[in-house]
Write a protein that binds this ligand. Structure first.
Ligand code: ZN
Ligand code: ZN
Length: 306
């Protein structure tokens, strides 16, 4: 009860604190030796912390996700263990092709030191990675064949830490595996990539926390659950064609490119009435049906008409 009261005054301020402390502790133990196939222990720690907050502060419009738990766990395990490895193995030779063809070498920059000191590279990695993720994500809503893959993530009817990784593997790979491969082939220091990509990845989990907490000023800087809920709204906000709040981690790109959306009343952020697939396609508890995408075709037909 004491913990509950202590944090309710600060809303989601506790999340970045927990996130940064957890990240720092685990990384200082493991250094930069985290390899792509091994999902960072921080991800699971964060999922546990988020789930704890969801239980402590239930969201007023929460929708039970119990029947989907096996599907969500399956998707999480497949994406964290399988998609990372397979995606990196497929994307790396494709991306390597470009510097080899145009520059005759495997990386765009011969030495990573050409990109500046490590601290600067960390900032640059976060900058370019969040930029790439914003635009990949936006294109996934814009182009019908990409949307067909991405729509599965939009079937979820409530934000939960447990459905952060609920995505078609190819959709997930395009947003989470391809951009780090691109940064690697540019020539960034691997340590900067591991830290930068890992940090933004944890922010992704943060944005899916289903707790009913207000984020306050954090909403203007970070993609908080209050911000991300609008991205999952079953009804696209007026004036926006596909969706809003495409960013991961920071809202800066949504602000720059005009897709930031968080209405408020008397200083309190409003939240969407209902979350889910924009065409009302029912959420699917069978993980294997991820691969049978025809159920998303109504949206596809609508897009090709419009
Ligand atoms: Zn989306
Ligand atoms: Zn989401």
């Amino acid at each position: 009860m004491m913990i509950r009261r202590a944090f309710s005054a600060n809303g989601f301020l506790i999340l970045p604190v927990v996130l940064l402390v957890t990240y720092w502790v685990v990384m200082s133990i493991r250094g930069s030796e985290i390899e792509l196939p091994v999902p960072a222990a921080t991800t699971f720690l964060m999922l546990a912390v988020m789930t704890g907050l969801e239980l402590l502060y239930p969201y007023v419009r929460r929708v039970s996700q119990r029947r989907l738990l096996i599907r969500d766990i399956s998707s999480t395990l497949v994406n964290l263990w399988g998609t990372r490895v397979v995606g990196a193995a497929v994307f790396t030779p494709v991306v390597l092709f470009f510097p080899e063809i145009f520059l005759g070498r495997s990386l765009f920059f011969e030495a990573s030191s050409q990109l500046g000191p490590l601290w600067l590279q960390l900032i640059l990695v976060i900058f370019f990675y969040s930029f790439m993720k914003y635009w990949f994500h936006r294109l996934q809503h814009r182009f019908s064949w990409l949307w067909e893959l991405h729509a599965y993530h939009h079937s979820v009817t409530d934000l939960r830490a447990s459905n952060t990784f609920t995505s078609h593997p190819l959709d997930w790979a395009l947003r989470n595996v391809l951009p780090p491969v691109v940064l690697g082939v540019v020539g960034f220091n691997p340590t900067a990539i591991v830290f930068g990509v890992g940090l933004l990845g944890l922010f992704g989990t943060f944005s899916h926390c289903g707790a009913g907490l207000h984020a306050g000023w954090l909403n203007h800087v970070f993609v908080t659950p209050e911000v991300h809920r609008w991205h999952h709204s079953a009804e696209v906000p007026k004036g926006h064609r596909f969706s809003v709040n495409y960013g991961v981690g920071f809202v800066v790109w949504d602000r720059i490119f005009g897709t930031y959306y968080l209405p408020s009343e008397n200083g309190v952020p409003l939240q969407p009435e209902r979350l889910g697939h924009p065409d009302g396609v029912r959420d699917e508890s069978n993980y294997l049906k991820l691969f049978f995408l025809t159920r998303h075709l109504p949206r596809l037909a609508q897009l090709s008409k419009g």
